[in-house]
Design a protein around this ligand. Structure first.
Ligand SMILES: *Cc1c(COP(=O)(O)O)cnc(C)c1O
Length: 454
């Protein structure tokens, strides 16, 4: 099964040809989902005792199955948070696989971890955290948030041993991503969401919420989560005033920038993140706005040692990694995963190839596209802008439309292979949401989508 024969060489060429075609195709077909029974009817059972043959399996994938997926890098995919991995990063994802490197410990992965750490050094520099801060790549924002919050919880229990058996309590703004509540559940912690008068949370509101906690809850409070770019609307909490409150109250300050983190590199909006340099931990998803292929998140800590205390795994067969000869940075020590892919390597290669200036330009382009869309919405009498664009998100309404109209419009565009744009909710009402990531999206793409709303 692992030996090389001519068939495999030919297969490899086929696969490489597909890959090259796909990488160079900037407008891949926008596939649509099919029912599982329909797919099964077309391709048949694929796992059999004798195997169906590589060529056959690959053909089924290329001709049928991939067409039942939506390419996230399509320039008219503006739903959720799309992605647009650079060609360089995708190529290097293949290299990462082919190199078979274990990314948990320096002893085995040194050269690859070196690459990841080079990319991480740049990410950390964007945050302006003090000397000594560092981070590690994770499977995504959810895992990064969990890793950070577990570190916060362990530090809280260490500081207040009388709380060793207490459930922790988290405070976050209402705009916090669903993964925060979800990870609180995993940690068996409680979460309270703070309603804001404005569209973002500020220190004053946080202070009020803390003051309202009873003595027991105040003791259980172990972290505050602010959001650096809400996923729904691109809104950034007032990080500097929140940081001050956390410092005064001695509470862990986590900033979730899974979506917005790329914008730390954009000079036009960097000031909106002031205060992030005081965070105890930060989440950034390179697979969102830093053009990495799935999956790649990052968690950054002001004090890396606290993460190590929380996450370093112990086991008889792991002891060798802590040995003198293996000294170096062990990614397994700073997040929830042990065996791990070197998922920061594609980002490293792409950054090394293009330079950080190109990244800044590509991120600024997303912000520009949002502004452009905002102007077009404003000047279209059928449409109503809901709020000014923020980062790369624009929310607006089609006059007279109900929730069903938005849904039908979404399905129609998707079915026709034209675009994927999904509705969202804003203050309880249905809206259309554009989220721009792909710098190859054009003004014409925006015009074409808006025309379907006339
Ligand atoms: C997307 C997102 C997450 C979750 O990240 P995954 O990579 O999907 O796990 C968390 N927080 C925010 C603000 C996000 O936008």
């Amino acid at each position: 099964m692992h030996t090389i024969d001519m068939d495999l060489v030919e297969m490899t060429l086929d696969v490489m040809k597909y890959t090259i075609d796909r990488i160079s195709n900037v407008t891949p077909e926008l596939g649509s989902p099919k029912k599982e029974e329909d797919l099964l009817r077309i391709v048949g059972e694929t796992i059999t005792p004798e195997g169906i043959g590589g060529e056959n399996a690959f053909q089924l994938f290329r001709d049928v199955l991939v067409k039942a997926t939506v390419p996230i890098d399509h320039p008219r995919h503006l739903a959720f948070v799309p992605a647009a991995p650079t060609r360089a990063a995708i190529m290097f994802d293949l290299v990462t696989s082919a190199s078979s490197i274990h990314g948990a410990y320096w002893m085995e992965g040194a050269g690859g971890i070196f690459c990841e750490n080079q990319a991480m050094k740049w990410l950390v520099s964007l945050t302006k955290l003090p000397e000594g801060a560092f981070g590690v790549f994770t499977s995504g924002g959810t895992a990064a948030n969990l890793s950070a919050l577990v570190t916060a919880r362990e530090e809280w229990r260490e500081t207040y041993p009388e709380c060793a058996k207490e459930r922790g309590l988290l405070l976050a703004s209402t705009g916090a991503h669903s993964s925060i509540s979800s990870m609180a559940k995993v940690m068996d912690a409680d979460i309270q969401l703070i309603e804001s008068d404005n569209e973002y949370m500020c220190g004053k509101e946080l202070q009020e919420a803390i003051s309202k906690l009873n003595e027991k809850d105040r003791k259980r409070l172990f972290a505050v989560v602010a959001t650096g770019g809400t996923t729904n609307a691109g809104i950034i909490d007032e990080l500097d005033s929140i940081a001050e409150v956390c410092k005064k109250e001695n509470i862990w300050f986590h900033v979730d920038c899974a979506y917005g983190g790329g914008a730390l590199a954009a000079n036009s909006v960097r000031h909106l993140f002031n205060g992030i340099e005081q965070a105890d931990s930060i989440t950034i998803d390179p697979h969102k706005w830093l053009f990495s292929p799935y999956d790649c998140g990052a968690v950054i800590y002001k004090d890396l040692e606290l993460a190590k205390k929380a996450h370093s795994q112990k086991g008889a067969y792991l002891e060798i990694f802590k040995d003198e000869g293996a000294q170096g940075f062990n990614p397994a020590d700073y997040q929830i995963q042990l065996t791990r892919r070197l998922r920061g390597m594609p980002l490293w290669f792409s950054l090394a190839m293009h330079g950080t200036n190109k990244y800044k330009e590509a991120i600024e382009r997303g912000i520009e596209l949002a502004k452009l869309a905002e102007q077009k919405v404003k000047s279209n009498e059928n449409l109503e802008l809901v709020r000014p664009s923020s980062l790369s998100v624009v929310l607006f309404k089609r006059n007279g439309w109900s929730a069903e109209d938005y849904r039908d419009w979404t399905y129609k565009n998707h079915r026709e292979g034209f675009a994927l744009v999904t509705p969202s909710l804003w203050k309880g009402e249905s809206v259309i949401r554009f989220c721009f990531i792909n710098p190859d999206t054009t003004e014409k793409d925006i015009d074409m989508i808006l025309e379907t709303l006339n």
